[in-house]
Design a protein around this ligand. Structure first.
Ligand SMILES: C[S@@+](CC[C@H](N)C(=O)[O-])C[C@H]1O[C@@H](n2cnc3c(N)ncnc32)[C@H](O)[C@@H]1O
Length: 265
């Protein structure tokens, strides 16, 4: 993991390189539409308030639960007992990123969504909330965390979500067996190079032309930057969009040439 100074420098470099986020100079019609209709959509929905209400509930929950450590990405070091409020504060995606996940899932009318890394279910709720979504499978290794997520997702009446417990190394194949060819895959756990590439390849085996993959924390460490570069180079990848905190990967054959965009968000 990069230290805070290294990460800040990377962020500044990203801001200097990135397109301005209004779509100027973006010649791909698909990406221009993505910027204007998805990235810059500021509409507010009641469902966002409900999910943020759930986040508030978690942030006030001082109960301690046992958390098994899986892979990289834990901001807690080796501690195995954590307060729910601390997990919510450190692991959950921000409201801004959550709304982006909702809009991607909704705008591209995703029906089947797969998530690696449920934690307490905040990003899961954003991904699952659009009416187009019929089924979500989300994977979580830490048992007590998965249980709390189930309770929260039920309170949000998101019964289309199934939380699958266990190591991604075992559960990803099960999930893809139960829900082949997901429309949207969000990878937000085990931020290391080798597993990230392995999960990418595994998901790619059943991906369709319209599938959208989103990888979290692509600039978080040297390892993750290397994984992101390898994903960009993969022959089946036709377009990538780097938003710094997440990277979006598209496979549409209608992109005649491979293109990589860095866009301010
Ligand atoms: C950053 S958190 C996910 C945050 C969540 N997506 C959100 O925004 O609310 C990553 C989660 O992935 C889980 N995880 C990491 N590596 C895993 C693995 N190899 N198998 C199962 N779960 C894993 C961790 O236990 C943790 O809860």
């Amino acid at each position: 993991m990069y230290n805070p100074l290294e990460l800040s420098l990377k962020y500044v470099r990203y801001l200097l390189r990135a397109s301005n986020g209004r779509g100027h100079g973006i010649h791909s019609p698909f990406v221009f539409d993505f910027v204007t209709s998805v990235l810059n959509d500021r509409s507010w929905l009641h469902t966002f308030d409900r999910i943020e209400g759930y986040r508030k509930e978690l942030l006030a929950d001082r109960r301690v639960i046992r958390v098994e450590d899986f892979g990289a990405g834990s901001a807690f070091g080796d501690r195995t007992e954590k307060r729910i409020c601390d997990i919510a504060r450190r692991a959950a995606k921000s409201p801004k990123l959550g709304r982006l996940l909702y809009r991607i899932s909704s705008y591209y009318r995703c029906r089947k969504v797969l998530e690696l890394g449920t934690s307490l279910g905040i990003s899961t709720a954003y991904l699952a909330a659009p009416p187009s979504v019929e089924k979500v499978i989300t994977l979580e290794g830490a048992k007590a965390v998965a249980s709390r997520a189930r309770v929260g997702l039920a309170s949000l009446e998101l019964d289309k979500v199934r939380v699958l417990e266990g190591n991604f190394d075992d559960t990803l194949a099960i999930a893809l067996g139960q829900m082949p060819s997901p429309d949207l895959v969000f990878v937000d756990g085990n931020h290391r190079e080798e597993p990230t590439i392995r999960y990418f390849r595994q998901c790619l085996e059943t991906a369709g032309d319209d599938s959208i993959f989103i990888f979290d924390d692509i600039h978080w460490s040297r390892d993750m930057e290397s994984a992101w570069e390898q994903i960009k180079l993969h022959p089946e990848v036709r377009c990538t969009i780097d938003l710094f905190f997440v990277g979006i990967v598209l496979f549409r054959k209608s992109f005649l040439e491979k293109q990589h965009f860095v866009i301010r968000y």
